[in-house]
Design a protein around this ligand. Sequence first.
Ligand SMILES: NC(=O)c1ccc[n+]([C@@H]2O[C@H](COP(=O)([O-])OP(=O)(O)OC[C@H]3O[C@@H](n4cnc5c(N)ncnc54)[C@H](OP(=O)(O)O)[C@@H]3O)[C@@H](O)[C@H]2O)c1
Length: 299
Amino acid sequence: MSLSVNGSSPKLNFLIYGRTGWIGGLLGKLCESQNISYSYGSGRLENRASILSDIDTIKPTHVFNAAGVTGRPNVDWCESHKVETVRTNVVGTLTLADVCREKGLVVINYATGCIFEYDEKHPLGSGVGFKEEDVPNFVGSYYSKTKAMVEDLLSNYENVCTLRVRMPISSDLSNPRNFITKITRYEKVVNIPNSMTILDELLPISIEMAKRNLTGIWNFTNPGVVSHNEILEMYRDYIDPYFTWKNFNLEEQAKVIIAPRSNNELDATKLKTEFPELLSIKESLIQNVFKPNQKTSVA
Ligand SMILES: NC(=O)c1ccc[n+]([C@@H]2O[C@H](COP(=O)([O-])OP(=O)(O)OC[C@H]3O[C@@H](n4cnc5c(N)ncnc54)[C@H](OP(=O)(O)O)[C@@H]3O)[C@@H](O)[C@H]2O)c1
């Protein structure tokens, strides 16, 4: 946050939480490719002393929080593990933000946009997305409930940059966490337009946001929406011409999951204004995911 005496920025040194996680792992690789010095934190988020010790040892310029409880195999796990979910997602995230505030450090916090659902003012298909200042209207799953709670509490911390990630996608189609990989493996899928986050494009942007010391809440998705079927059509056109799938509706989906899932459009205007080169979700899917993985000659 400070400038050195000769006016140049101090050398970047990132402290990252979430070493064993999907986003945390990708962040480390990005730092390596950009020659940014970084270390993974060894402390647990809810343990104030362990965070302080990491900061004292590593002396970071910025802290990245890609640690969180997401549930395995999916967020339904949180319904039966509420205390564990609160411990990391609420107590832990707040503790990290609080310690970093005390130390004058910006925290780039990978949060979620799954705290909204389409409503009368933001109907499906309208192109009217939820803005950063909108109050969450989806607490249907315990995971989303804890994330909405902590987002509200974190808004008091001027050192925190909250990035609302949604349905993350990466070019690694073998990763079972990848939204594309998930929906190609489901027996049946719903078909609803949603805002989504292409990690190959957006994680480098989050590093740039740290360099700019940006804080506050950000809808961290590519502009626009894409539906499940549109993604599966791209998958068929670029990857597997014989790929087929079956749809089902929300009522049928409700029978195979425990907690409801959110479907929404987030308004990405704030991010697009800061980063005008940001691609729309459909452009980014083709450029960053499907073209690099292309196996067909027809698309
Ligand atoms: N993947 C998604 O669909 C998605 C969507 C939107 C937002 N997000 C958010 O983005 C963040 C990262 O997601 P991800 O998919 O990369 O998660 P992930 O693969 O499940 O990894 C979570 C990471 O958090 C660490 N962790 C959990 N509890 C911790 C604690 N109390 N203290 C320190 N580390 C802890 C885990 O380490 P251990 O194994 O050592 O516990 C692991 O490294 C999460 O907050 C998630 O809510 C994810």
